[in-house]
Design a binder for this molecule. Structure first.
Ligand code: FAD
Ligand code: DLZ
Ligand code: SF4
Length: 511
């Protein structure tokens, strides 16, 4: 029988009811999935990220086959693998002669452009369908954003609460407030009871992939040892159960805290599973809401968690597609310093940077405040090249796909888009890190020392950043208090700050 549709499913589309499969016919359609070198190498992805994706793809392909689908699965090691999506589409269409090719839109401009390019020259009907795993469509986001003076997540989020009905009591937000963030900024002490996180033992499919990754990507970033990710929907659901039962309760209180010995604290560790399609974001939110309704988790935790998903996650995606393909090139603060080598090795004397980078090497994971207020903050105040920083974040985190990584890095963290949605730059001195973590206790630098030898680099780089960007930020209502403090400082102190910062910038590789 002739093939009707060839359905391409990408590595972050591992969802049984993905739009490309809607109205598909098990008897006449063929699903194409391919492990391709181009995707694995366009940035030096963390080994655990590649292993997770390949293993989750292979498991998903098996599930599809068990459900009666015909799957053409191209392994990285297959002799005739062309190593690109367009090459594999060409090969498959030549061999199968389908009537039409169908794909759900990818999560990155680069891949979308390449697929559109393939479609434009192909002799087949080619359909790119919207990705309806998100709650807000591109048009809905654009309608929301158009003609607004400022794009603020909080406004968007309230509309999403009303639209989804999550944590709503009639027309009002549960508990009377939309946002309980003011209760969510507690530092953690290291004698807190922190739950042991659920980890999954590699099965035979994962073991094969781990061997493959070690052999084919020896120079990629990160450690492959101690791989514990869930690689199937069933295991990802177990990880969700575990989070709801054991960690959600304290998620809110300690959301911004950082502890050297407890890298995961009460975070969900679910982003990798949600972004690849193993978990549905709305279902995850409903589970959290249920925990609140059943009295198992407090409102500040559940609201905070749900806001990250229906608020931040959806908002960030809207920004990515609305800003267009050149967003990742933006550099409004004119920052050009190359990324220091310790971003790849963790070999730095700054204890906070060492802890976050080492954890990233080990786990392909860091939580939000570690990404924003340690590595991101450092990159911002040291004036590192936004594009290099963007490629680093895209490579090193298992949950990193450009639609979500780029606005978080270019926009939220580095202000390189000039403030499309961030109301202020997330720049801070060492005192924030000291307040929210235990990193400073074992640091070679002194957080209380502002200038001179052994002074915490964050302290002087913070002022250097503000002064070199004074033109832009001194009239920003959320930053101008800092400029007033600077103006009140005596001239010697100011010049000491700038001298120390310049010394650190000149020797940035050795910090
Ligand atoms: P939790 O703290 O448990 O939060 C719950 C969920 O909320 C997450 O799983 C995620 O789905 C969602 N979420 C939370 N914050 C955000 C956000 N700012 N944007 C989008 N979704 C959010 N997230 C990614 O998924 N991929 C990335 O590549 C990524 N890069 C980032 C880079 C920087 C510089 C910053 C500051 C943030 C980045 N984030 C990224 C957002 C956030 O840090 C991660 O989603 C979160 O740390 C994932 O861990 P978790 O699942 O334990 O999250
Ligand atoms: C990230 C990634 C990697 C490393 N490898 C593959 C792959 O071999 N095959 C595949 O289909 N997808 C892979 N991905 C995910 C894609 O890069 C992702 O689908 C696009 O970036 C769009 O989000
Ligand atoms: Fe980081 Fe400064 Fe604290 Fe060291 S003293 S851990 S560099 S904030």
């Amino acid at each position: 029988m002739s093939i009707r549709n060839l359905i391409l499913i990408l590595g972050d589309q591992l969802t049984p009811d993905i739009s490309s499969l809607k109205n598909a016919d098990k008897d006449r359609d063929v699903i194409l999935m391919c492990e391709v070198g181009d995707e694995a190498c366009y940035v030096p992805h963390h080994k655990k990220k590649i292993a997770f994706l390949f293993s989750a793809m292979r498991h998903f392909a098996e599930e599809l086959k068990d459900a009666g689908w015909t799957v053409r699965y191209v392994k990285l090691t297959d002799d005739s693998n062309s190593n690109s999506f367009s090459g594999e589409l060409t090969r498959a269409t030549k061999e199968l002669s389908p009537e039409k090719v169908v794909v759900t839109e990818p999560g990155e401009w680069r891949v979308l452009k390449s697929l559109r390019g393939w479609g434009a020259q192909a002799d087949y009907a080619f359909e790119i369908r919207p990705d309806d795993r998100f709650l807000c469509t591109h048009d809905e986001f654009e309608n929301w954003a158009t003609n607004r003076k400022t794009l603020r997540m909080e406004h968007f989020y309230r509309e999403m609460r009303v639209r989804t009905g999550l944590l709503m009591e009639g027309d009002d937000p549960a508990g009377g407030k939309w946002n309980y963030d003011s209760e969510n900024r507690k530092p953690a002490s290291d004698d807190l009871f922190i739950p042991k996180r659920i980890k999954f033992k590699p099965d035979d499919i994962t073991k094969d992939v781990l061997e493959l990754v070690e052999e084919r990507f020896p120079d990629s970033f990160g450690k492959l040892e101690n791989f514990w990710f869930a690689c199937t929907r069933a295991d990802a659901e177990k990880a969700l159960d575990h989070f709801i039962e054991d960690a959600l309760h304290d998620f809110g209180d300690y959301q911004d805290a950082m502890l050297e010995a407890h890298k995961f604290l009460y975070h969900s560790l679910l982003s990798t599973y949600i972004n690849s399609g193993l978990l549905d974001p709305f279902e995850v939110c409903k589970r959290a809401e249920r925990a609140y309704l059943d009295g198992k988790a407090p409102l500040n935790a559940v609201e905070g968690f749900i806001r990250q998903i229906i608020g931040w996650r959806e908002f960030i995606r809207g920004i990515y597609w609305m800003q267009g393909e050149h967003y990742v090139q933006r550099n409004e603060l004119d920052a050009h310093r190359p990324l220091p080598a310790y971003f790849w090795t963790g070999d730095t004397q700054m204890a906070c940077m060492k802890a976050v980078i080492t954890q990233t090497i080990d786990e392909a994971y860091a939580h939000h405040i570690q990404r924003l207020m340690v590595t991101g903050n450092f990159a911002l105040i040291a004036g590192l090249s936004p594009h290099e920083v963007h490629e680093w974040y895209l490579a090193v985190y298992a949950d990193a796909f450009e639609w979500v990584e780029a606005p978080n890095v270019i926009g939220m963290s580095l202000f390189a888009d000039g403030g499309v949605f961030a109301s202020k730059p997330y720049a801070s001195s060492g005192s924030y890190i000291h307040k929210m973590s235990d990193y400073c206790e074992n640091c070679q630098y002194s957080v209380s020392k502002k200038t001179g030898e052994n002074a915490c680099p964050f302290n002087s780089l913070y002022w250097h950043f503000l002064i070199r960007n004074k033109e832009r930020f001194s009239r920003n209502g959320r930053v101008n208090r800092a400029y007033a403090t600077w103006d009140r400082m005596d001239a010697d102190k100011r010049s000491e700050y700038l001298k120390t910062a310049e010394h650190y910038l000149d020797s940035i590789e050795t910090l």
